[in-house]
Design a protein around this ligand. Structure first.
Ligand SMILES: Nc1ncnc2c1ncn2[C@@H]1O[C@H](COP(=O)(O)OP(=O)(O)OP(=O)(O)O)[C@@H](O)[C@H]1O
Length: 322
């Protein structure tokens, strides 16, 4: 293995059985392999949870060493306008499978990013060549796929991966790469990646460039994310009415980690849940944070908007002490 290989590729499961946390889906895909037949499929779900991995593993198990000749994979980074769909996909879809197989597979990643016109062209090709070609479309939101495609595919909904699945995989990678990873560091990775396995593995690889000992500090540093305690500190200061200190600390964090207002608001909101204050206060603050986020996305000044949020938290604190 080359030294600088990307770990998400190096450790991408080759077989369906090695895919973590998607047991129901794996079971159904294995039945397709056994029957040597399958309908068109639509894989929907969040980023980095195994959609592409499942499509490729399915192809490997169906075709064995002929899998690459029988699969056309077009990523979102490839041009996938109508012309490409018409030419490239059609060209591939209309020719016979290589070897003794009844159909070929076309895999399209991030199909929900394709224009409606391109999806319409795709739909016609799906219909025309369905006797010798099956399509697997992956997307984050199935609602963004045009209805005629949805109704022609069987939808598989991929779940966000839970802690255990992410921890198991990261531990086994750490062992193979001779790293020491603490449980706190695993927690930190999960906190930031929110069950996105690609993000988790990338973070581990980035941290390993600096040290064999993977600690939460190192993870927060490479991920360029403020530690939960640092954000808690800001919230606490604000709630106690120490507005100026809270604001300064927040600006320091933004500079230290190079965070944009939208990032900060996301992480701050997450931390509000663990504040030691009444439930009603938390809900009010989270509601207000939602409004601030909206204003930020509309282009408002982040320092003023985040200041407004801190002031609001301060007011809530003041009222609760009355
Ligand atoms: N369920 C899983 N089990 C084991 N490894 C996984 C799983 N999901 C993701 N991975 C790892 O994360 C990497 C990215 O996964 P994959 O490409 O399958 O994500 P995806 O769901 O297709 O996401 P996207 O929508 O962003 O393309 C893989 O190379 C693999 O190493």
């Amino acid at each position: 293995m080359p030294e600088n290989e990307i770990w998400t590729e190096k450790y991408r499961p080759k077989r369906l059985d090695d895919i973590k946390g998607q047991d129901e889906i794996v079971k159904r895909l294995k039945a397709f392999v056994e029957n040597k037949n399958m309908p068109h499929l639509l894989f929907a779900g969040p980023a980095g949870v195994g959609k592409t991995t499942a499509a490729l593993a399915l192809a490997r198990e169906l075709y064995g060493d002929k899998w690459e000749q029988n699969v056309l994979q077009l990523n979102a980074s490839d041009d996938r306008g109508i012309d490409v769909i018409r030419e490239k996909v059609k060209e591939f879809a209309r020719t016979k499978p290589i070897g003794d197989f009844p159909f070929k597979i076309v895999f399209l990643d991030e199909a929900d990013a394709m224009t409606r016109d391109a999806q319409q062209a795709l739909r016609r090709i799906m219909e025309e060549y369905s006797s010798i070609t099956r399509f697997i479309l992956a997307c984050n939101y199935s609602s963004k796929i045009i209805e005629p495609i949805q109704s022609r595919t069987v939808i598989f909904r991929f779940k966000q991966l839970d802690k255990k699945d992410v921890f198991d995989l990261l531990r086994s990678i750490a062992e193979k790469e001779n790293l020491n990873i603490s449980d706190d560091a695993l927690e930190a990775i999960y906190y930031i990646s929110e069950g996105d396995m690609r993000k988790s593995i990338n973070m581990l690889q980035a941290a390993a460039l600096y040290s064999k000992d993977i600690t939460p500090e190192l993870i927060y540093e490479v991920a360029s994310v403020a530690k939960p305690q640092e954000l808690q500190e800001v919230l606490k200061l604000a709630y106690e009415g120490k507005f100026v200190e809270a604001r300064e600390k927040l600006i320091d964090l933004m500079i230290k980690y190079g965070l944009a207002g939208e990032d900060i608001i996301k992480y701050l909101s997450k931390e509000v849940y663990s504040m030691n204050i009444p439930e009603k206060e938390k809900l009010d603050i989270i509601y207000y944070a939602g409004e601030v986020e909206y204003r930020l996305l509309e282009g408002s000044d982040p320092i003023i908007q985040l200041g407004a949020l801190l002031a609001y938290i301060g007011l809530r604190g003041l009222q609760s002490r009355k």
